[in-house]
Design a protein around this ligand. Sequence first.
Ligand SMILES: Cc1ncc(COP(=O)(O)O)c(C=O)c1O
Length: 409
Amino acid sequence: MTADTQGLLRALIGGALPNEHGFFGPFGGRFVPETLVPALDRFEAGARDALADAAFHNELRQHQETWVGRPTPLMYAPRLSEAWKAQVWLKREDLAHTGAHKINNALGQALIAKRIGAERIVAETGAGQHGVATAAACARVGLPCIVYMGAKDVERQAPNVVRMRRMGAEVRPVTTGDATLRSAVDEAIRHWVGDPQGTHYILGSAVGPHPFPWVVREFQKVIGIESRRQMLEQVHGLPDLAVACVGGGSNAIGFYHGFLGDSSVEMHGAEAGGVGAAVGQHAATMSGGTPGVLHGSRSMLLQDEDGQVSDTQSVSAGLDYPAIGPEHALLAHVGRVRYHAVRDGEAIAALDELSRLEGILPAVEPAHALALAKRLCEGRDHPTVLVNVCGRGDKDMPILTRLAEQEGR
Ligand SMILES: Cc1ncc(COP(=O)(O)O)c(C=O)c1O
């Protein structure tokens, strides 16, 4: 690490980043049409006010304890540990209400939306977990909710569409563009530009214009804070390795924030390696991307030489996105976190291994983190590894059923 990058990491840990323009070093910012600036300013002021208010934190904690089911458990995985020749610990975000970490952010933003007087919520979703979390949070606080979802994802994550509609949300399938998460974000932003005063956009990952990456991280930080405390209580030490999957990067950034200042903890992110290394076959942004602007912020991006955003492919709708949150771009830049591509096949094998050895069916997204953790344990002497199991696999039934049919099971 050079003195420069060390300074950036210190500034991040010390809370000086993002700066007043929303930049995490060279990444982040606000690249949006002028019509959105007042809405972003209002949201930023509302978030700063709420996050500095003890009454808001009390209200949030009550919802977390009685409705979300926090703290989520930290669990030792004995049979996986034996198989990997490691001490494997799992942070069970899959046990949070609605089945994934997405509820942490959706609830926090819905409470802020209520405080700033929003009349309705718009959201995007890929795997459907953020849509379900937002539908649930809107039901809880009493706000109407519209969710944009790529038509391809409506099909592969069908159970979540039913869940959202049952909780009163309107789901709008998006058939334009690649009909996945990227197009859903495009449509949600378009909707918001049309009514920036009445609507609050609950963005579901640590991406987008300032203040979203910062606000989303603040609400997901609970994962890392709890994990660190639970490791110290249950294991009497910190992990050697901390591993999470990275789509836009919300579960990972919240998880990493517990350990950023612990230099003994090596941190890694698993990106969607899809079916190959060629352009269009994966969504491994950090491994194959270059700096660019998408959806309102400057970060790492899968794009061609003319800045045209590349197509992506992944078995996991939640990781199938050509960009990554700006704070991750900074963490890679300063060398604090290393990012790796994990192919579809490796992830599905890890999903099966966790299911068979521990009786836990994870979502296909954290299955990427499990596969990477296994890879990282090889050649080390019984490392202590902590994996963020950020969601459960119920939503993946259509994909898993198709795979089982192909395998003749
Ligand atoms: C279970 C699960 N994990 C991970 C992700 C990826 O999102 P992020 O990188 O923001 O955590 C998603 C997104 O939909 C998800 O549903």
